[in-house]
Design a protein around this ligand. Sequence first.
Ligand SMILES: Nc1ncnc2c1ncn2[C@@H]1O[C@H](COP(=O)(O)OP(=O)(O)OP(=O)(O)O)[C@@H](O)[C@H]1O
Ligand SMILES: [Mg+2]
Length: 205
Amino acid sequence: MYAHKHPEPTDPRVGPAIVYLIVGLPGAGKTTHAKELEISASALRLTPDEWQILLFGDQNPPDKRDLVEGKLVQLGMRAAELGTNVVFDFGFWGKDERSALRWIAGAVGARSQVVYLPIDHEEQRRRVTNRFATTPDRTFHMSDVELEQWRAQFQAPDDEELRGSQIPPVPPEHATWSEWASQRWPSLPDQYATTAANSRYSHEP
Ligand SMILES: Nc1ncnc2c1ncn2[C@@H]1O[C@H](COP(=O)(O)OP(=O)(O)OP(=O)(O)O)[C@@H](O)[C@H]1O
Ligand SMILES: [Mg+2]
């Protein structure tokens, strides 16, 4: 809109914000890593567990979690649009969730980076047991059966996602990834468009 007043940045430190998507099973070390990025990348860290536990204690109702996450996506994407790096410390078990947020990041003029923290079953068990024993007020209890079920549901990122290659097309029954995301997270408005004009840093005509 004010392109004539804002020439392309020449300082290499200036550029699009980075949206980090932290992917991993419970206990993989996502929040630990997100707290590191919070400092090393001056990023806004958005950790839904902190809000969920504050609001609902150990009940962890899934419908409320989706609402919390949707508002955090809306907030984080606005921050990214304003130039702030953002860390979504969500888990992102589904590839479609990651594709949708990569797409929305692009629509607000940000770059995105999928960060995957793998963990094997034994190490995971050790960590979540130890964590619950030391900080029960800040974490949820997790049974062995739950850990197994969650691992079966988890879709690990592939190499293309980790490299930031092209985002896959939205599933056919959806018009855009923005629409897909607003159904996945009902509190997130379907408000993102992917025109080049939306991106301050786009080099497309
Ligand atoms: N690289 C690591 N090596 C060893 N222990 C770690 C590592 N990263 C995290 N931990 C420990 O493992 C436990 C789980 O870490 P963290 O809370 O960061 O996981 P998480 O992925 O955020 O889990 P959740 O999905 O439940 O929020 C913590 O007690 C943490 O101190
Ligand atoms: Mg965590």
